[in-house]
Design a protein around this ligand. Structure first.
Ligand code: E4P
Length: 215
């Protein structure tokens, strides 16, 4: 399973990239707004400073025509820009157009396996089921990931599944076990993934033992 980072913060993106585990970046309007920067400028900054498979940039328009116009502008920023489109009827029409023009898409705000199946059939490069938001309302987000994975395997669908709305390390483990190709993870969770108390205790003990004879 690949790792994307779910942020528009340039320092976090550079730090995660330096770890050598980063394959992509996902942004959304809320994440960009938190940064208080121009969206296009930030995308230029991200795509010029880190080399990754995909940088998702979301359209704001609700109609297919507007999505296509915005998406084409976003895709022109860099070859690895992936246009993020919400799963709506208009979104599907836009995804089909992007797919026919060779523009990569990430269909977002997916909460059911059938939504993912439709997105894939429209030509989506990636689908993003939001596991955390499903868990928040008492559903099992990872069950949706697993059902999508089984559907895609059964029908030989190449669209990749991004486990999104990841809130904690257990989501990452479960995403890997239940068939997600990618998890898009906030920086805080990437940091948590590196941590284990026994690692810290082990380092302290090795150092203390070393210092007994080498100081
Ligand atoms: C993914 O592409 C979305 O940006 C993100 O994972 C949403 O996460 P949230 O539910 O924590 O806002």
């Amino acid at each position: 399973m690949k790792f994307f980072i779910d942020t528009a913060n340039i320092a976090e993106i550079k730090e995660a990239h330096a770890l050598g585990v980063l394959d992509g970046v996902t942004t959304n309007p809320s994440l960009v707004s938190k940064e208080g920067v121009d969206f296009h400028d930030r995308l230029k900054e991200i795509t010029s400073q880190v080399s990754v498979e995909s940088v998702s940039a979301e359209v704001i328009a609700a109609d297919a025509e507007g999505m296509i116009r915005e998406g084409k502008e976003l895709a022109a920023i860099a070859p690895n820009i992936t246009v993020k489109v919400p799963l709506t009827m208009d979104g599907l029409k836009a995804v089909r157009t992007f797919s026919e023009s060779g523009i990569k898409t990430n269909v977002t705000l997916i909460f059911s396996a059938n939504q993912a199946l439709l997105a894939a059939r429209a030509g989506a490069t990636y689908v993003s089921p939001f596991v955390g938001r499903l868990d928040d309302i008492g559903h099992d987000g990872m069950e949706v990931v697993e059902t999508i994975s089984q559907m895609f395997i059964t029908h030989g669908i190449e669209t990749e599944i991004i486990a999104a709305s990841v809130r904690h390390p257990q989501h990452v483990t479960d995403a890997a076990l239940r068939g997600a190709h990618i998890a898009t993870v906030p920086f805080k969770v990437i940091e948590q993934l590196t941590k284990h108390p026994l690692t810290d205790i082990g380092i302290e003990k090795f150092l203390a033992d070393w210092n007994k004879t080498n100081s």
